[in-house]
Design a protein around this ligand. Structure first.
Ligand code: ATP
Ligand code: MG
Length: 390
């Protein structure tokens, strides 16, 4: 019995002349994510991608489909039986192959699609005959064309005839890396991993940067962020993860700058370091997990202060979301449990008692210039380490 996986891509289909380019990226992402599951041929035709395992009997279809459901750029996934293009073969196998789906159902319908117009029967004729074969095998079933419990598909395409018992939803969005690359500022919190998910969904490939302040922050806090990256990887693909030593900068801030501006200055210095790391990798955008008014450093005025610390585009996909909506996504994508582990982040180490919620840019810039952070910034960039996750 030969089976394969059929993939339908969504928004890519709207891309006109560029479509082929987007599909190539999607195929590359699919091959990479399934690479360790066994040999497959991945080909595309008629806005469908076909994944054909070399050895169907030993291929872990469930695991493959689970992974495919997390790959952006896919809207529908079906596991299908491959047959020669003959009505006899279809009628012989259809009821058996779809038995699991049909057994639990009361009503069904067959939808036939014939993109190979040389096939002698029309789509309605194929559907009627196939429906008849199913009724002979499951006589208590009824046909319901409007609202069936189960829809069985018969597709006559270029390479063969395919039967499947329905479609599973994909993750939607655009293939990762089709929109370019960005650098994510990732903390151990709930928000920034969700921001990563949302921007990967729009086709960005992500590097991540995390600031640590040992001994104020622990190894476990860093491991927690690495775990978050591992949990994001099924959606984002591999992540180049940078770790920046931030202790000396924070100590200098505490000593030389007005306490109420500590948070906003720290965030500006983070943006400056992130910008230098991004530019080294020829990356043109930063991503943060900021959401308007969530905390003191996320007022309009504070966001303006952080924006002006960089020339890069700053993407804040959570800007208009409530915390409850962010938590909902965080639970769906499986980062929530890790995010709520109680380890100190460098942001919480020297939190001022009364942070300025409406900082004026000119005072912030003045305070920043009153102390020469240049050498410390150079040192932090020089001592930054990176690794690939996973
Ligand atoms: P999160 O839940 O993502 O930690 P938050 O609501 O706690 O966000 P802040 O602590 O103000 O908000 O941080 C805002 C954003 O700044 C984060 O979403 C993240 O993008 C970035 N950020 C904060 N701390 C760090 C850090 N230690 N390393 C890298 N980026 C950070
Ligand atoms: Mg945080």
């Amino acid at each position: 019995m030969k089976e394969l996986i059929l993939i339908k891509n969504g928004e890519i289909a709207l891309k006109g002349l560029n479509r082929s380019h987007f599909e190539e990226i999607l195929v590359r992402n699919i091959k990479w994510r399934l690479r360790d599951l066994g040999k497959t041929t991945v080909k595309r035709a008629q806005s469908t991608i076909y994944i054909e395992p070399e050895d169907c009997d030993f291929y872990d279809f469930d695991e493959a489909i689970d992974r495919l459901q997390k790959i952006f750029g896919i809207v529908m996934i079906s596991r299908a039986l491959v047959l020669e293009k003959s009505m006899d073969a279809i009628l012989e196998h259809i009821a058996d192959y779809c038995a699991d789906e049909l057994q639990g159902a009361k009503t069904f319908k067959v939808v036939a699609k014939r993109s190979d117009k040389r096939f002698p029967l029309t789509s309605p004729e194929i559907a009627a005959e196939a429906g008849g074969a199913i009724l002979r095998r499951f006589p208590r079933l009824k046909v319901d064309v409007r609202n069936p419990d189960v829809t069985i598909m018969v597709e006559i395409r270029d390479f063969g005839a395919y039967i499947h018992g329905g479609q599973l939803p994909g993750a939607g969005g655009m293939p990762v890396s089709s929109s370019g690359q960005a650098l994510l500022l990732i903390s151990g919190g709930i928000d920034s991993p969700v921001a990563a998910y949302m921007m990967a969904k729009r086709g960005l490939q992500l590097n991540a940067i995390h600031f640590v302040s040992p001994p104020y922050t622990s190894d476990r806090a860093l491991e927690k962020v690495e775990t978050l990256c591992e949990k994001l990887a099924p959606y984002t693909g591999r992540i180049k993860f940078y770790c920046v030593p931030f202790t000396e900068i924070q100590e200098a801030l505490r000593e030389h700058c007005p306490e109420e501006l500590f948070t906003i200055l720290m965030r500006r210095l983070m943006m400056k370091i992130a910008t230098r790391i991004a530019e080294n990798d020829e990356i043109e955008a930063l991503v943060t997990g900021e959401s308007l008014a969530q905390v003191a450093s996320q007022t309009l005025q504070a966001l303006h202060c952080t924006d002006t610390a960089t020339d890069l585009v700053v993407l804040r996909p959570l800007i208009g979301m409530d915390k409850s909506e962010i938590i909902h996504i965080s639970k769906e994508i499986g980062t929530f449990e890790t995010s709520i582990l109680p380890y100190e982040d460098c942001c919480t180490v020297f939190t001022p008692r009364h942070p300025r919620t409406k900082p004026k840019l000119k005072y912030v810039v003045k305070a920043e210039q009153d102390y020469d952070f240049g050498p410390l910034l150079d040192k932090a960039v020089a001592e930054t380490t990176w690794k690939m996750i996973p």
